[in-house]
Ligand binder design. Structure first.
Ligand SMILES: C[S@@+](CC[C@H](N)C(=O)[O-])C[C@H]1O[C@@H](n2cnc3c(N)ncnc32)[C@H](O)[C@@H]1O
Ligand SMILES: [Zn+2]
Length: 595
């Protein structure tokens, strides 16, 4: 038997992108094929990161060269306290450890501005970036990064499970020298490894079972300045408010139940990463944050700056969610006060809402704090989309990632959370205006409105709630409803006369570019029995029915095989989201009962 045949015995070969892995039929090492969306999106963002990093470096070199030319005309080159020249002939990577000590020293002195600048901007030669996949399982993701992303340096794949590391090593070998020259696998607890390698990785990837919360503190320390942290959370039931107290214990934030819960999940995760980063005088800049299939995934850059972290409370808010109607309001944690050219930091002024909802008279639940600054960088989103488009054959999940990036690119980035058009119609118990009619009324009233990638029925708008309800009051005038109980939220809302005369005539911008061009914005589910997978090594029994879904166990999971038409996609996707959240609940229980 040849070496390859020997290697293949007892295994199945799975191919994804340009990587192939050997899978034991016994489910001994974790592998979830529907996570191809997650891996493809990560490859796309990684490519953008490399391009941006190069651009930033070139900009820096040009700037330095110019200032050097100016300086060298009159003054000799300066040396620092250690006698080192401040010229650009330094080196990159490899000394991140030294860098952290310098940063720490500087950071001790509050008067000193630390490194807001990416590590590669501070040195001469641009070295190939180093990636850490902290929770690698079979190594498929690391192998794809190494084989598919041009210009990467080393990829370090970690796992604390012996069988996974053995599988990973086998897979590295199986993928030939293109992989073995770059990827190395280690048996290690990711937390210890990351803590002992501060600022050493240009990219850190966290893709855990369930919650990433226990890895965040060490992960934010392992990323180089200006580097990229990519992080998945699949514990959607927790993040979406099924057990708020568990979410608080894991993420330090209280979720409230609302149609926006999947976006809130993203914002809770971002707030949590920021809070860990702030402990080390670091802060995050989100470049892309997505809810896909059954999980959230965020891509954030990490920088160090003692002065920038003072702005952290300005990027966080509590959420007041009315229990009677759909109204929600954000309360920022902090504010700045400018006086005589100086800026002072102060706590936010609250509450931003009265004791009782001014729309329906009911009380509020308070959630958060959530990240309320933008969750995407539009420039990164558009660059990533533009880069993906000509490479259709290189992304197995091309349709999914382009549809998500398209919807993300059309979101109002400065409007946190959203409401559901069907819900607000449900609250006043009327037939829903069509999306175009409703969007037109908001635009005609002088406000902005957009869709959201997390929910086909979701609408983001900077219109205040009294304007939204006025539009519905006007709509109900021409679309009368049956009498409702006198104490219902809808009755309370409709008992007031509208101050605004809504104009429902079609506004030019009522459809987004993608809608107007009929570009697919939401896709059906990835496969029949999609969703989270049980931990590696477990035999699937009836106990897992609740995790995988009873329908999946019986093989009769109902889902759309064909993409839903634009008008129906909302309803079917919204249902699926709810199913996914329910399935997730047991996924979390599963984590807790792990022996
Ligand atoms: C969901 S799987 C990773 C899947 C992989 N990223 C992919 O794309 O196929 C999570 C992995 O994390 C590993 N893991 C859990 N806790 C860990 C820890 N403290 N340190 C290192 N690995 C850990 C598990 O053994 C498991 O293989
Ligand atoms: Zn209300």
């Amino acid at each position: 038997m040849g070496e390859v045949e020997e290697m293949l015995e007892g295994y199945e070969v799975k191919r994804e992108g340009e990587a192939e892995i050997l899978m034991l039929k016994s489910n001994a090492v974790f592998f979830n094929p529907v996570q191809v969306h997650n891996r493809d999106m990560s490859i796309a963002v990684l490519r953008t990161f490399l391009a941006k990093r190069k651009e930033e470096h070139e900009e820096m070199v040009n700037k330095k060269n110019k200032s050097h030319q100016n300086v060298s005309q009159d003054v000799p080159p300066k040396s620092d306290a250690n006698g080192a020249s401040s010229s650009l002939d330094g080196e990159i990577n490899g000394d991140h450890g030294k860098q952290v000590n310098q940063d720490a020293d500087k950071a001790e002195d509050p008067s000193t501005e630390t490194t807001q600048t990416p590590s590669w901007k501070r040195k001469g030669e641009l070295k190939a970036p180093i990636v850490l996949e902290a929770l690698a399982a079979s190594g498929l993701r690391s192998l794809r990064y190494a084989r598919e992303v041009d210009g990467l340096g080393k990829v370090v794949a970690l796992d604390n499970d012996k069988a996974s590391v053995e599988a990973c090593k086998r897979n590295i070998k199986f993928n030939g020298t293109a992989a073995s020259d770059k990827v190395e696998a280690h048996l290690a607890d990711a937390r210890v490894y990351m803590l002992t390698h501060p600022k050493e990785f240009d990219v850190v990837d966290l893709d855990p079972y369930g919650s990433p919360s226990i890895f965040l503190d060490s992960a934010v320390q392992a990323v180089a300045d200006g580097g990229l942290l990519m992080c998945t959370a699949t514990d959607m039931a927790v993040l979406c408010g099924n057990s708020g107290e568990v979410c608080y214990s894991k993420y330090g934030s209280y979720p409230v139940k609302g149609k926006y819960c999947h976006e809130m999940a993203l914002r809770i995760l971002l707030a949590c990463i920021e809070s860990h980063a702030n402990r080390y005088k670091r802060y995050i800049v989100p470049v892309l944050s997505v809810f896909m299939d059954f999980y959230v995934r965020v891509f954030v850059r990490v920088f160090t700056s003692a002065s920038e972290i003072k702005n952290a409370p300005l990027k966080l808010s509590y959420v007041y969610q009315c229990v009677g109607c759909d109204s929600f309001h954000l309360q920022c944690l902090g504010r700045t006060v400018s006086k005589n050219n100086s800026v002072k930091y102060a706590p936010g002024i609250g509450p931003v809402v009265p004791q009782e909802c001014s729309d329906c008279g009911k009380r509020f639940n308070v959630g958060g704090p959530i990240w309320s600054a933008p969750i995407h960088d539009q420039d990164w989103v558009l660059s990533t989309l533009a880069d993906v488009k000509p490479m259709k054959d290189r992304y197995p999940a091309y349709n999914k990632i382009t549809s998500v990036l398209t919807t993300v690119s059309e979101e109002l980035h400065d409007v946190p959370l959203f409401f559901s058009q069907h819900n607000i119609s449900g609250t006043v118990k009327c037939t829903s205006p069509s999306a175009v009619v409703f969007r037109s009324a908001v635009l005609n009233a002088g406000y902005r409105i957009s869709s959201t990638h997390v929910n086909p029925l979701g609408l983001k708008s900077d219109a205040p709630w009294d304007v939204i309800w006025d539009i519905m009051r006007c709509w109900v005038k021409s679309h009368p409803i049956k009498e409702q109980p006198s104490d219902s939220a809808g009755t309370m809302i409709l008992s007031k006369s509208p101050k605004l005369e809504a104009n429902f005539s079609r506004a030019i911008a009522a459809l987004s570019n993608a809608q107007a061009k009929k570009v697919k914005r939401f896709l059906p589910n990835p496969e029949r029995h999609w969703g989270p997978k049980v931990r590696a090594g477990r035999t699937i029994t009836s106990k897992h029915a609740s995790l995988l879904g009873h329908e999946a166990m019986n093989g009769v999971l109902h889902h759309e095989d064909k993409p839903a038409p634009e008008t129906e996609e909302g309803a079917s996707m919204a249902k699926e989201n709810e199913h996914a959240a329910k399935r997730q609940k047991t996924s979390d229980d599963e984590q807790v009962t792990e022996p």
